[in-house]
Design a binder for this molecule. Structure first.
Ligand SMILES: Nc1nc2c(ncn2[C@@H]2O[C@H](COP(=O)(O)OP(=O)(O)OP(=O)(O)O)[C@@H](O)[C@H]2O)c(=O)[nH]1
Ligand SMILES: [Mg+2]
Length: 203
């Protein structure tokens, strides 16, 4: 599969700015600093299209990228980079604005075909479990991605995916993929999972 183009479309701070064209979309969610923007860059083979920062709270709006590929099963779709949840240092007012915005996007978008929930493979937090529950309760198609796998030893890596399944009590139809945006480990597996989500029947 070849990526033909990646175009930044827009940043949204309120729901009436979300694209209305109902193109298929994939949302990337997870704790601040977990590696959402880095993973988008790695996945799309674009170094800096999504802004990355060592300081949590970098992504503050909902950013839409339009991707086209030569794959008939994933020809044109949005990649949606969301602000992270659970970052204490972002002011309460800012977080109070993000939370409903994120929730409105996730619950009100007709084109949304999958939610990629990123968790740090070195350790999960209560908020990750809450996010898993929140998404599953709404019957959103979820894919769990364990990020920064390059930071684990080989044996730790082998233990990660079963451990994630257990911690979150994931139902059998939820996939888990390990990913490193440094080595790009997991890129092929993630693309495979994405194609499945984009072609799954909706409704
Ligand atoms: N070693 C390693 N570092 C990573 C990886 N992915 C991201 N990072 C680093 O983690 C930090 C946060 O990455 P971002 O991609 O900005 O994280 P984010 O989830 O988009 O963060 P917010 O936008 O603040 O919610 C940066 O310093 C990245 O370089 C990875 O796979 N491996
Ligand atoms: Mg980000």
């Amino acid at each position: 599969m070849k990526i033909l183009s990646v175009e930044f479309i827009k940043s949204c701070e309120q729901p009436d700015q979300f694209p209305q064209d109902r193109l298929p979309a994939l949302a990337f969610v997870g704790r601040s600093n977990v590696g959402k923007s880095s993973l988008i860059n790695s996945l799309l083979h674009r170094k800096g299209i999504a802004r990355v920062s060592r300081t949590p709270g970098k992504t503050q709006l909902i950013n839409f990228f339009l991707v086209t590929t030569d794959d008939p099963k994933a020809r044109r779709f949005y990649v949606v980079d969301l602000p992270g949840y659970g970052y204490a240092k972002v002011s309460k007012t800012v977080r109070a604005r993000w939370q409903p915005l994120i929730e409105q996007y996730l619950t009100g978008s007709e084109g949304l075909r999958g939610v990629l929930l990123l968790v740090d493979s070195r350790g999960t937090e209560r908020q990750d479990a809450e996010a898993v529950d929140w998404l599953l309760r709404r019957e959103l198609p979820v894919l769990l991605v364990a990020t920064k796998s390059d930071k684990l030893t080989r044996s730790e890596r082998a233990a990660t995916l079963p451990a994630m399944r257990e911690v979150f009590e994931l139902p059998g139809d939820v996939d888990v993929v390990a990913y490193s945006s440094v080595t790009h480990e997991g890129r092929d597996a993630l693309w495979q999972a994405i194609r499945t989500m984009l072609t799954a029947p909706t409704g």
